[in-house]
Design a protein around this ligand. Structure first.
Ligand code: BTN
Length: 255
């Protein structure tokens, strides 16, 4: 059970708790399409049975052990050319929150969160666009909190990394507080510059050698920068030059 959050101004003032549901992102999208909603409404479940991930993947989380929720936002102030900033904002907020428990916490482009090098959180942001404006956005967050066993050897949870279980309700409230403070930052030009800088600062592979698959080849390189549209620019090591890639063009290699 999750209640509305007391200490925020917008996000989590309305919390829709569903013991079980297919996908909180889908439910949030239905609420948006129905037309009457308050910005900051959150849909949260204990048991998501058809969780969706990036690139059409499935998001699996043991019932009652993790946080699976979606936040409805209306960032009308962001032109679509800057929509990646919202991704960066949510990723940084989650990274900050996980960083309270695990020292080595990074953002892996575009918006995975790593704790001690393993994936602890996935984020799925789905924007509804009209003309050149973002009319609404659903930010779906799957944070592994107390789950101990994972099929995927590169997945982890806060519990796995700290050796202790934490209260999901408390984690939810504290995480939403951080998300709101970052969201307010996103509303100012100065805040946006800070978000871009902090994102690079916490980015996996930023000026460090990483391995990835690109155009059917295994390559090594370092992250050089992110374009305003959110593309990743990598400096190649195995050959001269840089490549600029979108989400579907590159696959990170774990080792
Ligand atoms: C990824 O890493 O591929 C993104 C995973 C996003 C999972 C969350 S869980 C809550 C929300 N509802 C969904 O169906 N997906 C997101």
């Amino acid at each position: 059970m999750y209640n509305s959050i007391q200490d925020t101004l917008i996000i989590g003032k309305k919390v829709i708790y569903l013991p079980t549901c297919h996908s909180t992102n889908d439910i949030a999208a239905e609420i948006v399409h129905a037309g009457l909603f308050d910005e900051g409404t959150i849909v949260i479940t204990d048991n998501q049975v058809k969780g969706r991930g990036q690139r059409g993947t499935e998001w699996l989380a043991n019932p009652g052990e993790n946080l699976t929720f979606s936040v409805i936002l209306t960032p009308h102030f962001l032109p679509i050319s800057h929509q990646f900033l919202l991704s960066q904002t949510v990723a940084l907020a989650v990274r900050d929150f996980v960083g309270k428990y695990v020292v080595d916490t990074k953002v892996k482009w575009p918006n995975d969160i790593l704790a001690n090098g393993k994936k602890v959180c996935g984020i799925l942001i789905e924007n509804a666009i009209q003309g050149s404006k973002i009319v609404s956005s659903v930010a779906g967050i799957g944070l592994n909190v107390n789950q101990i066993l994972f099929e995927n050897p590169y997945a982890t949870s806060i519990s796995n990394e700290t050796g202790r279980q934490i209260s999901l309700q408390e984690a939810f409230e504290n995480l939403v507080l951080v998300i709101e403070s970052y969201y307010f930052k996103l509303k100012t030009a100065d805040g946006q510059d800070q978000i871009r800088a902090a994102y690079l600062n916490h980015l996996y592979g930023y000026k460090k050698t990483v391995r990835f698959k690109y155009a059917d080849r295994t390559l090594e390189g370092t992250v050089d920068h992110i374009t305003p549209q959110g593309k990743l620019v990598l400096q190649l090591l195995s050959e001269p030059g840089q490549i600029e890639v979108g989400l579907k063009e590159i696959e990170w290699l774990w080792d």
